[in-house]
Design a protein around this ligand. Structure first.
Ligand SMILES: Nc1ncnc2c1ncn2[C@@H]1O[C@H](COP(=O)(O)OP(=O)(O)OP(=O)(O)O)[C@@H](O)[C@H]1O
Ligand SMILES: O=C(O)c1ccc[n+]([C@@H]2O[C@H](COP(=O)([O-])O)[C@@H](O)[C@H]2O)c1
Length: 359
């Protein structure tokens, strides 16, 4: 019987999942997205999930609270250390400019296709990118790369001027979306109200997260900025990295001169692309994850402060006026200038997109 199940699993279509976002900092919920999605496909017996990829956005995305990519990559590496199948792709952060998500998907999909179809000796040469799942050449059938996201990212498709319609269409038509529910979002209704999404809804998998957790990066940054505890909201290794680097304007009683110098060592290791460090304790184990896919182009200033005006992390949908109509996703601030804050962010994104279009 178990032989039969194994054989059946072997024949399932293969998919890989890629999550694009800021990850500033990565939270356990970012990783839960992958676990929830993999369970969904495998328990239903519809697909084999061969790998998970986290692709942090480029520094020039310019979102408020975006720590330098060298730090975001380092934190992601720490966060996925105990995962056997989720990996960092630092391709996006090493591009000369911000990349649209459609191009990020295309790049990784092309790489997967080429890798499966042209057996070479890259393994021996150590040329493979760190995000590439292991064992892909055991089979020759294609791997379909799907965009994994929370429902709020899906709903950001309707922010006027933010995403290009042709990109949305290419993403859903050529790749597919795996959407995890998030409090305050209604992805079923959102899809119904969008003609493009409805057209390709067979390529959209909506998954209910029955154990929701509204931790978000912005909430974590806010607590850190106030000097409040975020322990148990973040992986301990990620938290100790933040404290040590003084990220997010952290007002921490834990940063001391005794620990400060360590981050210099850490960063040197990261810059050296040292793949072979073997360390055992928590602090040292940060070096284990220092394998960048490609050499860093530039050194980033080490101490980063990104104090933010406090804001609630609730995402509300405003201006929803009818099927296919634009929906604005606004992050509402505690009292006064919350919508200004969100509008500023939206403006920053629009400017970024306009710049990219001009290039
Ligand atoms: N608590 C959560 N539940 C479901 N999805 C989430 C959750 N937190 C983040 N995500 C998803 O993770 C992906 C990457 O998130 P990203 O880092 O850009 O956002 P975030 O954690 O919401 O950060 P911020 O608070 O700065 O907006 C997005 O698809 C987002 O929807
Ligand atoms: O491709 C686009 O047009 C596009 C427009 C807006 C946002 N994105 C991506 O969406 C991800 C989440 O962004 P955000 O601002 O919701 O945290 C991040 O990886 C961005 O690069 C992508």
């Amino acid at each position: 019987m178990s032989g039969f199940i194994e054989e059946k699993t072997c024949m399932l279509p293969r998919i890989a999942l890629i999550a694009c976002g800021c990850f500033s900092p990565p939270t356990p919920m970012h990783l839960r997205l992958f676990e929830i999605a993999r369970d969904y496909f495998e328990l239903r017996g519809t697909h084999k999930v061969v790998g998970g990829i986290i692709s942090p956005t480029h520094d020039s995305y310019g979102k408020k609270g975006l720590a330098p990519s060298i730090d975001r990559c380092a934190m992601i590496k720490l966060a996925v250390q105990t995962s056997t199948w989720i990996r960092l792709s630092d391709w996006e952060v090493h591009q000369p400019q911000w990349m649209r998500t459609q191009s990020v998907l295309q790049h990784h999909q092309n790489y997967l296709n080429n890798y499966i179809n042209s057996p070479g000796d890259e393994e021996q040469n150590g040329l493979l990118p760190g995000w590439l799942p292991l064992g892909l050449r055991e089979r020759r059938d294609p791997i379909s790369l799907k965009l994994l996201c929370g429902a709020d990212l899906l709903e950001s498709f309707a922010v006027p001027g933010l995403w290009a319609n042709e990109d949305i269409e290419e993403i859903v038509a050529n790749h597919g979306l795996v959407v995890i529910s998030r409090c305050g979002s209604n992805p079923e209704k959102f899809i119904f109200e969008s003609d493009i999404l409805t057209k390709y809804q067979r390529n959209i998998t909506l998954i209910t997260n029955w154990v929701p957790n509204e931790v978000s990066s912005s909430l974590v940054r806010r607590l850190l900025n106030r000097g409040e505890s975020v322990k148990y909201l973040l992986d301990d290794l990620v938290l100790s990295y933040i404290n040590r680097q003084g990220l997010y304007n952290v007002k921490s009683k834990y940063i001391t001169d005794a620990v400060r110098p360590n981050h210099l060592n850490f960063n040197r290791v990261y810059m050296d692309n040292n793949k072979n460090s073997v360390k055992l304790d928590n602090d040292q184990s940060e070096q284990l994850m220092d394998e960048s896919d490609s050499p860093l182009r530039q050194q980033t200033t080490r101490v980063f402060c990104c104090g933010e005006t406090p804001r609630a992390n609730t995402k509300l949908l405003l201006n929803r006026s009818g099927p296919g109509q634009a929906v604005q996703v606004i992050t509402v601030q505690a009292k006064d200038n919350g919508s200004n804050d969100a509008l500023e962010q939206t403006q920053a994104k629009k400017q970024k997109i306009a710049q990219v279009q001009q290039v």
